[in-house]
Design a protein around this ligand. Structure first.
Ligand code: FBP
Length: 262
């Protein structure tokens, strides 16, 4: 694809991104230990693990980003403290993200929240600003709120993927549905929008996590945007190497084209 705004984040059409915005999203005590609470530790992992990109909130980017790995700045965010329907509002302008060196901006939409209209409208403006600045607009699309019963069902994840396409995202980050065939329907619903599997909480075993990533890649995903399953791992570079093998060495698949609705 020519003029692909995601090209800074791709190796032969595939990608592994390192996410480190959980300090805002979850608070330090939930996810961090003495080692990974230090942003420098994660920046070193991004470089040492040859990640295609690192995802940061602006405050961490301002203090720690050194230009060695392509940058995605999350331009909205929320803490885990409020109860009720989720809403995440813009906290960084596209202009500022670009001034920090970002080649992409990230924005979370809680699809199904009673505040979804605010996030849809805000992402709509941000996508246009990002494209005017020549950077990618990447949508985290997480169905969430009292109207969402099961946030990883085939129907809801493919709906999230389709929303990304219709809003003009250059890439989407969605949750894994649990199996290759159902995820391939989400990839197909995205119709060419680069689709990233979201890592999620640290899996019970390496095997469990690796098999999810295998399923997503076999389903036609571009790659993985992962945080906790790497920087909470005892040997983060070892698990990264295993992830890289799956993402970059798996053959191209046509599974997505086979996944018609049942
Ligand atoms: P993980 O791989 O750690 O799940 O990171 C992916 C991510 O989307 C982060 O960018 C974000 O901080 C976090 O998950 C949000 O998690 P939650 O599902 O709790 O909203």
């Amino acid at each position: 694809m020519s003029n692909d705004r995601m090209s800074p984040f791709l190796t032969k059409g595939r990608s592994i991104l390192l996410a480190y915005d959980q300090g805002l999203e979850h608070g330090p005590s939930k996810d961090f230990d003495d080692r990974n609470v230090d942003p420098q530790f994660v920046m070193d992992l991004a470089v040492g693990g040859h990640f295609n990109g690192v995802i940061l909130q602006k405050g961490i980017a301002e203090r720690f980003y050194n230009g060695e790995v392509p940058l995605i700045v999350k331009v909205n965010g929320k803490s885990s403290l409020p109860t009720g329907e989720p809403i995440s509002r813009q906290v960084c302008s596209v202009e500022h993200a670009v001034s920090l060196g970002a080649r992409g901006v990230g924005y979370t939409i809680y699809l199904g929240s009673s505040f979804e209209h605010e996030m849809l409208a805000e992402f709509g403006r941000i996508q246009e600003e990002a494209h005017r600045s020549g950077v990618a607009a990447i949508a985290w699309i997480y169905p969430r709120g009292s109207s969402v019963q099961n946030d990883t069902s085939r129907e809801i994840v493919s709906y999230a993927a389709r929303v990304g396409l219709e809003l003009g995202a250059d890439a989407i980050k969605i949750k894994y549905t649990g199996d290759q065939m159902s995820f391939s329907w989400a990839v197909k619903a995205a119709s060419g929008v680069r689709t990233f599997m979201s890592g999620g909480p640290k899996a019970a075993s390496d095997e469990a996590f690796l098999s999810q990533v295998e399923g997503a890649i076999a389903a036609g995903a571009t790659g993985l945007a992962v945080g906790r399953n790497v920087w909470q791992h005892k040997q983060p570079l070892l698990i990264t190497e295993k992830l890289r093998e799956i993402i970059f060495e798996a053959p191209k698949t046509f599974a997505a084209s086979m996944a018609a609705p049942s």
